[in-house]
Design a protein around this ligand. Structure first.
Ligand code: PEP
Ligand code: MN
Length: 250
């Protein structure tokens, strides 16, 4: 199994895929395309923590076999969000990276249930969590396995869905020497701002990007307004590599 540091060998780490898996065809096609365009890890989300119970909740366990087949057929690793300890048991053999979403950042029973696994873990910041709380949550998992992911915070300013908190990213990197990814999709909430926020993150030193991507974003069941298409994904990946190389490669 790859370690967190294996994933950071080739920066910026690019993670992409739909907000949620909706069918075998959808996730297989997206896996093939984003892999071809430079993603090394797929967003493969079977369960979605949604604000409203009547919103689409994800395909659930049914989609696990689709993801297993992708693992065999496509050159891409699998990151899977878990929202309960029982889901950890279900997916830990399939997932290369486990994932805890913003709303579960302080779900301590969930964090503890991941602590005895060996996977790297993406840990998103809670909507109003401070750094001590975010790092504390990571300690429940095992801090040397965590990839922090800055996904935007709630502020008094609501020009977009959330506000990208690069201050926290930089503080975690400098004060704790820990890796931080940027999720420009959730902080933007709109397709036309994903590129700028992604590149700002990389320029400021993000270790990688997590980007919601779909071959036809309007078909996406969840978060379609912020989901970019493959052409835009390619432009962002190409530019992010140039920015990273210019600033950080010696
Ligand atoms: C997501 O990644 O689709 C998601 C729901 O993000 P967050 O947990 O940051 O809200
Ligand atoms: Mn989403």
């Amino acid at each position: 199994m790859k370690t967190r540091d294996d994933y950071l060998q080739n920066k910026p780490l690019i993670i992409a895929g739909p907000c949620s898996i909706s069918s075998r065809e959808q996730i297989t096609k997206i896996a093939e395309e984003v892999s071809r365009l430079g993603a090394t890890v797929l967003r493969a989300q079977l369960w979605k923590p949604r604000t409203n119970p009547d919103s689409f909740q994800g395909v659930g366990e049914e989609g696990l076999v689709w993801v297993k087949d992708i693992k065999e057929a496509v050159d891409i690793d699998i990151a899977m969000e878990v929202t309960s300890p029982s889901q950890v048991d279900l997916v830990h053999e399939t997932a290369d990276i486990l994932w805890v979403g913003a709303r579960n950042m302080q779900n301590f029973e969930l964090l503890k249930s991941i602590s005895d696994k060996r996977h790297p873990v993406i840990l998103k910041n809670g909507l109003v969590a401070n750094i001590k709380e975010w790092v504390g949550a990571a300690k429940y998992i095992g801090i040397d396995r965590v990839l922090f992911c800055e996904r935007g915070i709630r502020t008094a300013v609501n020009s977009m869905r959330f506000t990208l908190d690069l201050n926290s990213m930089i503080a975690i990197q400098k004060d704790y020497n820990l890796p931080v990814l940027v999720d420009p999709s959730h902080t933007a909430g709109r397709r036309d701002a994903v590129s700028e926020l992604a590149l700002a993150g990389v320029a400021a030193g993000a270790d990688g990007l997590v980007i919601e991507t779909h071959y036809n974003p309007d078909e996406e069941k969840v978060d379609k307004d912020q989901t970019i298409d493959l052409d835009e994904f390619k432009r962002i990946v190409d530019k992010a590599r140039v920015v990273y190389r210019e600033i950080y490669k010696d």
